[in-house]
Design a protein around this ligand. Structure first.
Ligand code: ADP
Length: 348
């Protein structure tokens, strides 16, 4: 569906992925935003290189499209190491993991995306691998069973997840560096858009860049995608140059509003208001009504709506706030509970 494609901060296909690779910074000094993480990594990388050891294991969490994969490649480059990329769901059996681990060279970076989706059986093997660079596994069974102890070459594990809450505590504590990636400011997104426009040879003016940055939902991957949509529009409807009216027209056509919300974001708000009287309502009920995956709503839609204060999330479910009603131009039928939510009440 087009509506998902444009807002989705996940990759939407090979073309998108190719663009992401082209536009990735390769060294820490080229990175935009994330100053705190960059500072932490610079120290850890320098210290590790001085000792001639691999860097500590790193865990990055945050919504998709904010730069987790980018950081993995940057760390590997800075360490002068190779990177092996995989994901939690791709490692279904312990033997898959053992195969990957035993093939790593000294100092390599192993990037496991969606690490919260590793099965407990696989996780068991990760602990000794991370701590002591070894794997123990049992061959044969019964009387003939014996444990094989396999040493590994020292490596750095970089785990990424959109759901830090789903990580098991033993796994989480084994990462020496943990960092939560937050949504980018419009200024940083503007820098990203300018850099991408230059790399893709797109002519632009400043107001056009600011428009894209404001409407990119705090996410560099979305900024890059919107830039590409606007380029196509300007090429067909104008002279190829990105101006503010061109960008406005292109993004309006995509159904992206002034705050960067798209149809799915607005459908989420509208469903909670129209069907569930503004909430609180469980996320599964909203997902069922919208015909969407719960994971998509939790990973992609909710974080930004929460960030800009359009919804509130409490133990009893999600509610639309007054700001959410205002954005849709709807008057609440009754006092809005979501607006009065108790910030001390922890999210579920
Ligand atoms: P994630 O792995 O979190 O889903 P990616 O690492 O694929 O996100 O980032 C998406 C895009 O955002 C990259 O292709 C790159 O263009 C841009 N990006 C991410 N982090 C940075 C950064 N620190 N500096 C500049 N651009 C970045």
């Amino acid at each position: 569906m087009a509506r998902q494609k444009i807002i989705s901060s996940q990759s939407t296909g090979p073309e998108d992925e190719q663009l992401n690779i082209t536009l990735r910074p390769t060294m820490l000094d080229e990175c935009i935003g994330t100053a705190e993480l960059v500072a932490k990594l610079k120290i850890a990388i320098t210290a590790a290189r001085q000792r001639g050891e691999p860097m500590e294991h790193v865990m990055l969490h945050g919504p998709p499209g904010l730069g987790k994969t980018t950081m993995a490649y940057v760390i590997a480059n800075e360490m002068g190491a190779s990177i092996k990329v995989t994901s939690g769901p791709a490692i279904s059996r312990p033997s898959d993991l053992i195969g990957i681990l035993t093939n790593l060279q000294a100092g390599d970076v192993l990037f496991i995306d969606e690490i919260h989706r590793l099965s407990p059986a696989v996780e068991e093997y990760i602990y000794p691998a991370m701590e002591e660079f070894k794997v123990d596994f049992v061959v044969d069974s019964g009387m003939h069973s014996r444990t094989i102890n396999l040493p590994l070459k020292p490596f750095t594990l970089l785990g990424a997840t959109t759901r830090a809450g789903l990580l098991s505590p033993p796994l989480r504590t084994r990462f020496g560096i943990q960092h939560h990636l937050t949504f980018w400011t419009p200024e940083d997104l503007g820098r990203r858009v300018r850099m991408s426009a230059r790399m893709l040879n797109i002519a632009y003016d400043e107001p056009a860049v600011e428009q894209i940055a404001r409407r990119a939902r705090g996410t560099p991957r979305i900024a890059n995608r919107l830039l590409r949509r606007c380029r196509d529009y300007a090429q067909v409807k104008g002279d190829g140059r990105l101006t503010e009216p061109m960008v406005q027209a292109a993004l309006d056509l995509e159904g992206i509003d002034q705050l960067g919300l798209d149809e799915l974001d607005r459908a989420f708000l509208r469903t909670v208001i129209d069907i569930y009287r503004g909430g609180p309502v469980g996320i599964e009920a909203v997902a069922a009504t919208l015909g969407e995956e719960t994971d998509t709503l939790v990973d992609v839609v909710e974080p930004y709506l929460l960030q800009i204060g359009m919804i509130a999330r409490t133990r009893r479910g999600r509610s639309v706030t007054i700001r959410g009603y205002d954005h849709l131009g709807v008057k609440p039928a009754a006092p809005v509970e979501g607006a009065l939510f108790d910030p001390s009440e922890p999210p579920e």
